[in-house]
Design a protein around this ligand. Structure first.
Ligand SMILES: Cc1cc2nc3c(=O)[nH]c(=O)nc-3n(C[C@H](O)[C@H](O)[C@H](O)COP(=O)(O)OP(=O)(O)OC[C@H]3O[C@@H](n4cnc5c(N)ncnc54)[C@H](O)[C@@H]3O)c2cc1C
Length: 427
């Protein structure tokens, strides 16, 4: 099923890919061809081993083909909160991991010549929706300066936020220069092209239905064939409920629907009033709203309890939020509406590890995985080669199935409703 997104309407062609038919052998069978799986495949191929990718749907069906393309080194967990809970070393490791992920993404795009991914690191603004949120951003800026000695973030006042974004309702913000945006589907397709040109097998329409261990190898069954592999990587993130092979990962995750709208092309004067500083922006609400200019349109996204499917009501809510931030867009038509699933975790951090000997996973990006999932792919490649990896708080230890996971739908609605209420009352 194709996603009717701005990205799909503006993307380069995908490489010619077909479902798996018959038997194949490889070193590492990778289940899921989003950024995690594609990046793992690239790094595995670079190390001289043979990867093979199985994708249940079309290429880019998951979050990697639908996301907002915001590239940021931040996690949903604040660094000072991480330090209070886990100590200074762990918090610093988290900070450096976030920056390494953005560096790694930029380096990979450069190395592979993925110009159409249109990566632009023009900066990210976290815009404070309340004075209290601004105090939180100030604390982050102080933490970064004090603990890392770096000038990687800078607090800006309400007037500067207005100048850079064109929005007047924010109380100030935090500017992260080493961040920005890309074309998410072109990044997916670009990675797939490079793998395809290298002869790596990528099979679409090929859900892994069963994984069996036989005589020291794994047999991965799909509707049209099977793959025999020494190792298996699970890279299914928010889409881990598609077949039983990833049921144990699915039970560790809380999928949330996240939606995006893109305006119709805007008149030059109107366009010039939006995000004139060239950054991308997200606010500080618990139910995050974010926006960026792409070409001659504004795209605006938000997370919420949007249910199993797209809903007209949810898109209307998003449009009202957009007009609240940019009143000048009140009579502008929306050209594209789409949504996808992000995978939340109980500690708001992604995790990677070994599910069982020779079976690895990386999931749980909490809606912020463009750079991080690409970085995790490289870690999975190293892990499967037996090389040491330093995951710190992102290691799989303690990342267990969520009790009463079957009740998550009402739970997600309740949690989302509570968070929206806290946002509404400015807490
Ligand atoms: C609407 C939206 C907006 C977002 N915006 C941003 C953003 O602006 N910035 C940011 O950093 N992050 C954002 N994210 C999050 C980011 O897109 C994800 O963290 C990232 O793409 C995860 O990549 P992945 O490869 O792990 O998973 P995915 O890209 O979801 O890929 C998983 C794939 O596994 C496949 N699959 C599942 N089961 C099987 C099976 N049994 N066999 C074979 N294949 C299977 C699925 O079909 C899917 O294609 C957003 C996500 C969404 C949904």
């Amino acid at each position: 099923m194709a996603v009717n997104s701005l990205w799909a309407a503006t993307a380069q062609a995908a490489p010619p890919l077909a479902p798996l038919a018959g038997e194949r052998q490889c070193d590492v069978a990778i289940i899921g061809a989003g950024y995690t799986g594609l990046s793992a495949a690239w790094h595995i191929a670079q190390s001289g081993r043979e990867p093979l990718l199985l994708e249940a749907n079309e290429l880019g069906f998951g979050a990697s083909g639908r996301n907002g393309g915001v590239v940021s080194p931040k996690f949903r967990v604040g660094f000072s909160a991480a330090m209070a809970r886990h100590g200074r070393e762990a918090a610093l490791h988290l900070y450096h991991t976030g920056h390494a992920a953005v560096d790694g993404l930029a380096q990979l795009i450069d190395e592979l010549g993925l110009d159409q991914a249109a990566l632009h690191l023009g900066g990210h603004i976290a815009a404070a929706h309340t004075p209290r949120a601004l105090a939180g951003l100030q604390a982050t800026a102080d933490w970064v300066k004090r603990e890392t000695g770096s000038a990687s973030v800078r607090l800006i006042d309400a007037e500067q936020v207005r100048e850079l974004t064109g929005a007047t309702l924010f109380h100030g913000g935090l500017l992260t220069p080493h961040a920005g945006g890309l074309h998410p589907l072109n990044f997916t397709r670009g990675l797939a092209w490079r793998l395809h040109q290298r002869g790596v097998g990528i099979y679409v329409g090929s859900p892994a239905l069963a994984v069996r261990e036989e005589g020291g190898r794994f047999s991965v069954q799909t509707p049209g064939g099977h793959v025999s592999a020494r190792q298996v990587i699970y890279a299914t993130n928010g889409y881990s409920d598609q077949t039983p092979v990833t049921a144990s990962l699915h039970r560790r995750l809380i999928p949330f629907r996240s939606a995006i709208i893109a305006t119709e092309p805007l008149a030059p004067a109107l366009l010039a009033s939006l995000m004139p500083g060239g950054q991308v922006c997200g606010d500080t609400k618990r139910m995050l709203r974010w926006f960026r200019v792409v070409g001659d349109r504004l795209i605006f996204g938000g997370r919420g309890a949007f249910g199993q499917q797209d809903s007209a009501q949810a898109f209307d809510t998003l449009q009202r939020s957009m007009v609240q931030v940019f009143p000048q867009l009140a009579s502008v038509a929306i050209g594209f509406r789409w949504s996808g699933l992000v995978a939340m975790t109980l500690d708001y951090l992604p995790h990677a590890g070994e599910l069982a000997p020779n079976q690895y996973y990386a999931v749980g990006y909490n809606g912020g995985g463009v750079a991080m999932s690409t970085w995790m792919g490289a870690q999975l490649a190293a892990m499967s080669a037996g090389e040491p990896v330093q995951l710190g708080l992102l290691a799989g230890k303690g990342f267990n199935p969520i009790p009463l996971h079957g009740l998550r739908a009402p739970g997600v609605r309740l949690a989302a409703g509570w968070q929206q209420l806290l946002d509404a009352v400015g807490r």
